[in-house]
Ligand binder design. Structure first.
Ligand code: HEC
Ligand code: HEC
Ligand code: HEC
Ligand code: HEC
Ligand code: HEC
Length: 391
């Protein structure tokens, strides 16, 4: 009772739709006959029949019926509420208060057709993921008890990822197991939307050119400020450029890096690390200034200091390095953390990340530009680079 009063008091001080719903609901519960009525109400509203009375139109139900949580060799079934309605009494009351919002949206017709449902699926799935992240997948653990897993009986790939669960702080089911019952939202569309939003937020507007600017999406580089000129090079996302000046929509830049002997078409960011700044056409290669040459003792290959001056569109640049790398980190976590927890960048060397990313290319839904930015992010934070470069 004391906890309830505290909860209500918090609700009144910081009114939110949730606590408002709770007050409504408790009033309703008491109105229909005190605790017994409340419990009966909670029970009825936790049956799959109740859930499907609304969700029947939505694909959620049909997908559920196809899943191994509906039918399997052991005949143990998880109902909607087993995964979506918490067992602990107060958490359950809060959840039902949330249901008041669902009720409202139901009469609003928010997800009334399969098409509307698809439109909202990413938002709804994200709400569920956030909730399960926050509760350490409590509802999954009512059936799947970490102590009861027979890791020896699992496939090798399952055992490798799952064994840390034996430890209390081992890992959160929902980080690795998404889309087990329902179809995943259209992650490609989601990635594209995320990209458009991030680029709009980062893109340089009038007046805020820094001394150093970062490329946010592959930038065409021209040797003159002429808007009709053919690009002489493509500068990859994440590359840092020294700003020399600007002319209307174009920024005059100087890009520095290294050329590997025999590969004049590519400028790398560092000696011996295949972190690509740009790939160049013949006219850009001819415009490259060359400095000192050093021999990389590890590989016996010579690298020459290079620099290239040219023009890139203002909208492809940002001065906000922190914002750009935060976006890259977030894209990495959401795009690469669907099937396994994201590997720490320093688990691999800069050159190894190229192959790791290529191997995962077809598995992720991230866009091509996000792929290139995430690759550079991982390379700059790779074991053999992080200390030297910062990233
Ligand atoms: C009165 C109709 C109705 C009933 C009954 C109902 N829902 Fe919903 N539910 C909705 C609507 C409408 C939405 C979309 C809400 C929105 O747009 O934010 C929704 C959203 C959801 C979501 C995704 C959003 C989130 O944050 O969790 C889940 C999961 C869900 N319902 C599960 C259930 C379960 C489980 C039950 C049975 C215990 C149930 N629903 C009963 C109408 C209903
Ligand atoms: C009501 C009990 C129950 C709940 C709650 C439950 N599961 Fe299961 N789960 C089962 C049973 C039973 C099986 C075995 C199905 C079979 O034999 O194929 C299973 C199978 C699985 C599998 C392997 C088969 C597959 O479909 O990939 C995974 C992974 C899994 N559960 C994850 C989860 C996660 C994550 C949650 C929480 C979102 C969850 N479970 C909630 C009972 C439950
Ligand atoms: C770090 C990632 C990770 C976490 C965290 C994780 N799993 Fe798994 N789990 C896996 C992988 C990978 C597999 C193998 C999947 C496959 O082979 O398709 C697996 C397999 C399973 C299986 C099937 C086992 C079998 O051999 O049939 C179940 C059931 C399961 N997980 C449930 C859970 C539950 C419940 C939790 C939370 C308590 C959880 N997992 C947490 C990665 C993870
Ligand atoms: C074994 C656990 C489990 C069961 C059983 C289950 N769900 Fe879900 N549900 C999830 C998970 C996990 C998500 C988050 C999205 C994802 O990973 O697929 C989710 C997401 C949802 C969503 C958000 C939209 C979406 O498709 O992602 C709705 C609505 C929903 N569930 C309703 C239901 C209803 C209704 C039932 C019963 C017919 C049900 N769920 C049964 C685990 C479950
Ligand atoms: C659709 C599921 C899925 C997605 C998404 C995914 N991976 Fe993987 N990843 C796997 C599986 C499964 C393995 C196990 C090895 C294998 O099958 O290649 C793995 C293995 C790995 C490994 C370990 C290889 C080793 O040598 O130990 C790395 C690193 C990796 N992934 C990185 C990534 C990156 C980076 C992304 C995002 C670009 C990503 N993964 C996205 C499923 C996925």
């Amino acid at each position: 009772m004391f906890r309830m009063i505290k909860w209500l008091w918090r609700g009144f001080r910081r009114p939110s739709s949730l606590s408002f719903g709770l007050v409504l609901f408790i009033g309703f519960g008491i109105g229909i006959g005190g605790w017994a009525g409340t419990r009966a109400f909670l029970h009825y509203t936790s049956t799959t029949e109740y859930c499907t009375s609304c969700h029947d139109l939505a694909p959620a139900v049909e997908e559920y019926r196809q899943s191994s949580h509906f039918m399997n060799a052991s005949g143990v079934q998880a109902g909607c509420a087993d995964c979506h309605v918490p067992e602990p009494f107060w958490a359950s009351v809060q959840d039902h208060a949330h249901a008041v919002i669902e009720l409202w949206r139901h009469y609003d017709g928010t997800i009334a057709t399969p098409e509307l449902f698809e439109e909202h699926r990413l938002r709804l799935a994200t709400q569920v993921w956030d909730y399960m992240e926050a509760t350490n997948s409590r509802e999954c653990r009512t059936c799947h008890v970490a102590d009861a897993f027979d890791f020896a009986a699992m496939s090798e790939s399952a055992r490798e990822e799952m064994e840390p669960l034996a430890d209390e702080h081992g890992g959160n089911c929902i980080t690795c197991h998404r889309g087990i019952v329902h179809e995943l939202p259209d992650m490609e569309a989601a990635a594209a939307a995320q990209e458009a939003q991030a680029l709009a937020a980062l893109s340089a507007t009038d007046g805020d050119l820094g001394d150093v600017m970062y490329v946010i999406g592959t930038a065409p580089l021209t040797l003159t400020a002429d808007p009709d000129a053919q690009p002489a090079a493509q500068v990859l996302p994440g590359t840092d450029l020294e700003v020399l000046g600007s002319d209307g929509d174009f920024v005059n830049i100087r890009m520095s890096g290294f050329e590997q002997e025999g590969a004049a078409q590519v400028m790398y960011a560092m000696v011996g690390r295949r972190i690509i700044n740009t790939s160049m056409q013949a006219d850009a290669q001819a415009a490259v200034e060359r400095g000192e040459t050093t021999l990389d003792p590890e590989t016996d290959i010579s690298w020459t200091e290079t620099a290239l001056e040219g023009w890139v569109p203002r909208t492809s640049l940002t001065a906000d390095a922190e914002g750009l790398w935060a976006y890259a980190d977030n894209t990495y976590r959401t795009g690469c953390g669907v099937c396994h927890s994201p590997h720490h960048p320093d688990e691999f060397l800069a050159n190894q990340w190229m192959g790791q990313m290529r191997a995962m290319r077809d598995r992720t839904a991230i866009t091509g530009e996000q792929y290139r930015l995430v690759l550079r992010y991982l390379q700059l934070n790779a074991r053999d680079v992080a200390e030297a470069h910062g990233g």
